[in-house]
Design a protein around this ligand. Sequence first.
Ligand SMILES: Cc1cc2nc3c(=O)[nH]c(=O)nc-3n(C[C@H](O)[C@H](O)[C@H](O)COP(=O)(O)O)c2cc1C
Length: 146
Amino acid sequence: MIIELLVTSKAKKDITPAEISDILETSYKFNTENDITGCLLYHNGEFIHLLEGEQKKVQELYSKVVFDNRHTDVSKLIQNPIEKRYFSSWTMAFNEIPAINSANIKGYISINDFNNLTCSMNRSSTARNMFLYLTQTIITVKGKEI
Ligand SMILES: Cc1cc2nc3c(=O)[nH]c(=O)nc-3n(C[C@H](O)[C@H](O)[C@H](O)COP(=O)(O)O)c2cc1C
């Protein structure tokens, strides 16, 4: 059974660009190998994470992610079976971080590309709807000038 899982968390206060790139590199490799699709948005110290994949694989991944000390306040908001995935691959978006050479990071998309990817997103699932709401809220309300 394929499920979608929506998770939010706060980055630890002193998170470094190296730690953020490590999260992206590890996630891209593991998620691609395990047929896990979705998107992780990092913005102003907050993570919003939407995962799609085989139930067992997604739950096993979540049980590792929840104990990762690079973030706190991890909340599993929605876990639902879905008939069809929305994302065709694994992606991660964040504003340019000067210390990270995003061009070398597979799966990285800019906030502009993230907006393009999500603006036409089909909202027929609860998790996708909530993902869009939360991501747009932190990008436009709390966000600094993009
Ligand atoms: C916000 C956040 C999201 C993460 N998302 C993923 C992910 O989607 N896939 C993944 O493999 N690791 C992800 N990680 C990293 C995992 O927590 C963990 O470091 C990784 O699975 C390697 O664990 P292992 O060394 O025990 O195998 C994430 C970490 C954080 C802080």
